[in-house]
Design a protein around this ligand. Sequence first.
Ligand code: AMP
Length: 536
Amino acid sequence: MISSLLDYAASYHGKREIITRTVEGPIHRYTYADARARAAQAANTLVKLEVSPGDRIATLAWNTHRHFELFYAVSGLGAVLHTINPRLFEEQIRYIVNHAEDRVIFLDLNFVELAEKLVDRFPTVEHYVILTDRSHMPETSLPNALCYEDLIADESTTFKWPEFDENTASSLCYTSGTTGNPKGVLYSHRSTVIHALGAAQKGALDLGCADTILPIAPMYHANAWAMPYIAPMVGAKLVLPGPKMDAPSILELINSEQVTFACAVPTVWTMVLEHLQATGGRIDSLKRTTIGGSAVPQSMMDIFREEYGVTVLHLWGMTETSPMGTVATQTPDVAALPQKEKHNQLAKQGRVQYGINIKIIDKSGALAPRDGETSGDLWIKGPWAARCYYKREDVAPLDADGWFPTGDVATWDAYGYMKITDRTKDVIKSGGEWISSIELENAAAGHPQVRQAAVIGIYHPKWEERPLMLIVPTKAAAPTKQEILDFLSAKFAKWQLPEDVLFLDELPLTATGKIMKTALREMYKDFSFSGDSGPS
Ligand code: AMP
């Protein structure tokens, strides 16, 4: 049961703290013992609201202590916590609330306006609970808006967490879905607890009670990468950044709370590192960060290691894999390699841990050899990988042997390290050869004047598709197209180089902070190349 994680923390690490930058502003501090008491009060409140096991209870909330309490109160009593990504389009939010048939929405103050806009289109929602105290309750047109602190105040601080089948659903997270409606990934108590055990183990994220963990990844993106479960499971201090995701606020928390471990997508770290370098700031307490969600450029890993003494653990995963699929930690063989080779190895997406299995199927339908070169479709199987999508019998993802198709293209090597070369739909097919958009993007990101880079395939009359590179330069100065091509020529064959390079002020991002290639393809759908440098 998920409730056992918080019970353990409250009983054996009862004084360890959870720190929150609240939506109201001030820093809030309390302990795991306090969190268990308040999760019990929240669970008693849910019972009063007539929430039953199996009901879907939604949140529109940042990473805060109140959201953490709901992770335990809702799942603990057997209901399903549906964490809504507030950055989805309004139409997608309408769709998922109705698809999940949410009965209650718990929401932060800064999402009240969003909910007010959509309220008429949420017929299943009976209660709106605003995650604040009486003095901050806003004027709102939400029907029967309730105040969280008022609701839980008089409830008992004990709750007998029920025990039930471990396969019972515990939480629900919809993937952002670049085409079609978002799909709901349903986690169970079993998958959640086993994933937390797997992710915390030494060969993976290696987390323990000496750590202070800062999940910058939001609780609505694959449950903040399981940190709200792992931190209590190991008795780590937990630091929750609330709504302030700007670089100075994140850095202030890292330093004031002496954070040792953080997790975030690369776009967040690009912003934070830029700020650090511009201000000469330090992050001396931070020892390790796991980065995933999209590929981590090697240049980012180098800066972290060489300038700040931070080890990056490159993680590949999906909402569908809870999210940890692979993580690039060192094996003794890799540790013994010369520095450069070792760093190349650790820039890959990593190795599987006990519990998970992957396979790569090449173009011919055969198992790809572990040569680090042959790419193919990546499949995954294990106790924390999804089996199906919530109420979507029309999409049956698993093959006959229970493998889940990730939609990613990858290679694997003799050391057991997997490397993502592309999303299946992002691979650029140029004259029968494949060009990896990720490899071009990562290489370009290593240029000192490049802030972000994206590569998409554009129709070409002769070669079918050719790569178009889009670059956001750093604030300092913009490189020229020729400088970029010269820089890339050291690593790529001529036919793999971008056919053209364009410069933009910003790139469109998805609701989880990734570069939105679908939007780029739409923006450049009428673009045509003048040159001709495909494979010869
Ligand atoms: P999501 O479920 O929204 O987090 O998206 C999962 C997808 O993000 C994966 O299928 C990959 O395409 C991509 N992804 C996640 N981690 C990485 C990584 N480390 N490198 C490259 N792509 C990644």
